[in-house]
Design a protein around this ligand. Structure first.
Ligand code: CP3
Length: 354
């Protein structure tokens, strides 16, 4: 990991999995399925093992991370695991004073508003997140042929928390910096790109077989601003991990107008929320990329027949794609009935078995 030039990853036990084949746009035995936020509060076994341990503390305990990551794989039979962590973990690891408040989300003690505030950001080293390397080592052994997805927050979404100081609906402070001091904004995003790239490299070198960049809140931006003020930093992250040959997924919410640009940023797979049908998303993204999505997570609160009808609708709109990974259009909501998720996995597998 001291080497700057990434070495191409050796084919792992998961190389021939349906998920990785779909990412590479190769023929698959069935459409692979996983869910964003598949590990978490929808599962009673998660709530049980998390009892009495704060979210960020949980992310630093390799045995607990391993158990929580495996829970949805055991219960639902999903085609991939996603590493249990949070997008603010690398920021905490470089010493930023932040916490994840239950029911609220990440809260930053000293928001970044001025050039002097940038001093809070330093480079991330593998030693800062040794618990991640350890947990992924444990996990890949347990998972065998099931692929493990690593992830990180994209520079814009991380900046939205750092500049606002917490969750926001409007991103007024972040946008004020983006429009009012474009140089400071660019420097902030560039530093976050380096931290994010370093964090993804740790996960890939430890054995993650794909990575997802969450730019969850990029949908707040107009295409012209996304292209000028955000895309260069996200492109830097994708470029930094290109040499490993592991699929790179790019996801955001409300990004219908940005799908083409999010593909251009360098991803192999573009995640789509439920607002744009998959065939239309494919037209916007263009050839050469697999797509991931896009059942509305609230559909899972409807009766099984309605879930199945909406599932068939997603699969029909995705039938001509070069590669399709079935997912929700955003994360599993905490009050979702876990049995509805298990049924959904079975249904997608049954409908798409070749
Ligand atoms: O299963 C998985 O998908 C992996 C787990 C995961 C978590 N956070 C665990 C978590 C992932 C992929 C994330 C990413 C993340 N975190 C994003 C991007 C994904 C998205 O949903 O768009 C964002 C924006 C965050 C920031 C964040 N962290 C929020 C908004 C919250 C929710 C606050 C709340 O309590 O409702 C968190 C906390 C968090 N991250 C929880 C979990 C399981 C809930 C805390 C808990 O269980 O105690």
């Amino acid at each position: 990991s001291a080497n700057d030039a990434p070495r191409a990853q050796q084919p792992s036990a998961a190389y021939d999995s349906a998920f990785l084949k779909a990412c590479r746009r190769e023929p698959v035995p069935h459409t692979p399925v996983w869910f964003m936020r598949q590990a978490g509060r929808s599962l009673p076994e998660y709530r049980k093992v998390r009892e009495g341990t704060a979210m960020l503390e949980s992310c630093m305990r390799p045995e607990l991370v391993t158990e929580i990551t495996l829970q949805p794989v055991r219960r639902h039979g999903v085609d991939a695991a996603i590493y249990f962590s949070d997008i603010v973990v690398p920021l905490k690891a470089i010493g930023i004073d932040l916490d994840i408040k239950p029911g609220i989300g990440p809260v930053v003690e000293h928001p970044i508003r001025t050039r002097a505030d940038l001093a809070q950001l330093r480079d991330l080293t593998p030693e800062d997140v040794s618990y991640v390397t350890e947990a992924i080592g444990l996990l890949t052994r347990e998972l065998g042929a099931t692929p493990l997805i690593g992830f990180a927050g994209a520079p814009f979404t991380l900046a939205s928390y750092l500049v606002e100081g917490g969750p926001s609906r409007t991103y007024e402070n972040a946008k004020a910096m983006m429009y009012g001091d474009p140089e400071l904004w660019a420097d902030l995003l560039d530093r976050l790109a380096d931290i994010t790239a370093a964090f993804l490299k740790v996960q890939i070198e430890a054995g993650a077989s794909a990575v997802q960049l969450f730019d969850s809140w990029a949908g707040a931006l107009a295409p012209v601003d996304y292209r000028r003020s955000v895309l260069p930093a996200s492109a830097k992250v994708f470029e930094a991990v290109a040499g490993y040959g592991v699929p790179r997924i790019h996801f955001g919410v409300g990004t219908g107008e940005l799908l083409g640009l999010m593909g251009e940023a360098g991803a192999d797979v573009v995640g789509v929320d439920w607002r744009v049908p998959m065939d239309e998303a494919a037209r916007r993204i263009g050839p050469g990329k697999a797509l991931q999505g896009n059942l509305d997570p609230t559909v899972l609160f409807a009766p099984t027949e309605a879930v199945e009808a909406k599932t068939r609708e997603v699969l029909a709109s995705a039938q001509d794609l070069e590669g399709h990974i079935f997912n929700l259009g955003h994360g599993v909501m905490p009050s979702t009935d876990p049995d509805a998720l298990t049924r959904l996995v079975e249904h997608v597998h049954a409908l798409t078995a070749r």
